[in-house]
Design a protein around this ligand. Structure first.
Ligand code: ZN
Length: 483
């Protein structure tokens, strides 16, 4: 058992190395998979001698630097790391290792569920696939080749655009994907299986044609049409409301029973559990249809708020989730009913987030520390985070908010940033000081408003008092800006 380590936001340090590109080859077999990773790496901190990669229970086959086999005396394998000693300033590294997706019960990294291989890498699953700098501020260009039996796994998917299909031999085929957009490892995805699909296309505002595919378990094809329509509505809405267009030739969605998480926004290859995507008019309710529209849009909107601009570290999770929940709430309101949507969102907030915020697990939308990041995918980070963005939207007004998001996208595209960077764009374009407003990011609990009214001698007075709960550790907190 590994020792329990608490990780603090204030201890953040920049990566000592960057990975410019990674070329991955997956050879999938019935009992194991071989992974070959070729990376172009450069040192960003000249004083750092050793490269420490994240990995879990590594079964290393071979290791090369600049095409030369690395001797065992030059690397150290520990339970959660591979350290390569005395590396040069820039170099190529090739790592071959073996993994067992069939035995992967953690459901992080690459796993086989039923007859399908799929991945879940947010927040730290990629290290279970191959040694890597598995942190969101290391963004790289990924090329991925998947090789598998072509009868059992005729559909081989990864991120980006499809580059090449090769018949390896009579039984096996190889498909190569290239994603030109730099991304962190948590957005890497792979799916292999025998899947059905529905296909469509979308022409972006600048006239680019995008192929749209929804893959599902065989026999579920007729239940995918509402999700496909929702995807096209989301693509159009993001162009009109935020000026954001889709940026690849293909957008793939996989919706299968065997994906155990709810939904994941991997670049160009969203993966969902069937329950969130499939519906037919005979059995699904209006609420089912609206839920599908919302979750398809949410994962699509991440393409800009999460993928193109990502989080510097996991303390910034609300940067992508609060903003994207706010975006999907506004999308649903625009397409359905503003009033009904707002009532539903506030109801959900009161039922889930208020309860969490009144409990011992109350935490700010930007936590200060964590032991396991998996415990911070909370109603606070998501739903309260969305309310904080909604207040900024109210404060700035529609027009200034759009100027501010434009500035955010222009300034930070292709980067891993912080909530302070987002607030900088809001302040600059909105010409407003948000320093007091920032308490929402660092304080916990639900403030209570007391309202006193009086009417005497023709004057009506309204007195509002804010009651601020103490933090979980008992410390006093500052007043919140309330809109
Ligand atoms: Zn999300």
């Amino acid at each position: 058992m590994s020792e329990i380590k608490e990780i603090y936001l204030h201890n953040y340090t920049k990566p000592a190395f960057y990975i410019d590109s990674i070329n991955l080859v997956f050879d999938l077999f019935e009992e194991y998979a071989l992974v070959t990773s070729m990376m172009q790496i450069q040192k960003s901190d000249a004083d750092e001698k050793h490269l420490r990669l994240d990995t879990i229970d590594l079964e290393l086959i071979s290791l090369y630097i600049n095409d030369l086999k690395v001797d065992e005396s030059r690397y150290i394998i520990e339970e959660e790391s591979l350290t390569i000693l005395n590396v040069p300033a820039t170099f190529r590294i090739k790592i071959e290792n073996k993994i067992y997706p069939q035995n992967n019960t953690e459901l992080e990294g690459l796993y086989k569920s039923g007859s399908i291989f799929c991945t879940q890498n947010e927040p730290e699953g990629f290290r279970r696939i191959t040694p890597y700098l598995d942190r969101p501020d290391v963004m790289s260009v990924f090329t991925t080749t998947v090789i598998a039996d072509k009868d059992k796994y005729p559909i081989l998917l990864s991120n980006g655009n499809k580059k090449e299909i090769v018949e390896v031999d009579e039984n096996r085929q190889s498909v190569t994907w290239f994603d030109p957009h730099k991304k962190p490892s948590y957005l890497f995805a792979l799916v292999a299986g025998d899947l059905g699909s529905v296909n469509d296309s979308y022409v972006t505002a600048s006239g680019e044609n995008v192929e749209l595919n929804i893959y599902c378990d065989l026999g579920n094809e007729s239940k995918c049409h509402h999700a496909m329509n929702s995807l096209k509505e989301a693509m159009l809405w993001d162009e009109q409301k935020y000026g954001r267009e889709y940026d690849l030739e293909i957008y793939n969605i996989v919706a299968v029973d065997s994906f155990n998480m709810g939904a994941m926004e991997n670049k160009g290859l969203n993966i969902f559990n069937s329950a969130y995507v499939l519906a037919d008019t005979d059995t699904a309710s209006d609420a089912n249809f609206m839920g599908i529209q919302s979750v398809i849009a949410h994962e699509y909107f991440h393409n800009w708020t999460g993928n193109r601009i990502t989080c510097r570290d996991w303390f910034q999770l609300t940067l992508k989730e609060g903003l994207t929940v706010f975006r999907d709430q506004c999308f649903s309101a625009d397409l359905n009913s503003q009033e009904v949507q707002r009532i539903e969102d506030v109801k959900a907030l009161r039922e889930r987030q208020f309860v969490e915020d009144a409990s011992p697990t109350s935490h700010p939308i930007q936590p200060k520390s964590y032991i396991s990041m998996n415990n911070f995918y909370t109603a606070t980070v998501y739903e309260k985070g969305a309310e904080v963005i909604r207040m900024i939207h109210t404060l700035l007004g529609e027009e200034n908010y759009r100027r501010a998001t434009d500035l955010y996208f222009e300034s930070f595209d292709g980067q891993a940033v912080t909530t302070d960077d987002f607030l900088w764009a809001m302040q600059k374009a909105g010409n407003i000081d948000l320093s007091a407003f920032k308490n929402w990011y660092h304080q916990s609990g639900t403030p209570k408003l007391e309202v006193e009214e009086s009417f005497s001698e023709g004057i009506y007075s309204l007195t509002l008092t804010q009651k601020i709960p103490n933090a979980v550790d008992g410390s006093e907190q500052k007043p919140f800006t309330i809109l």
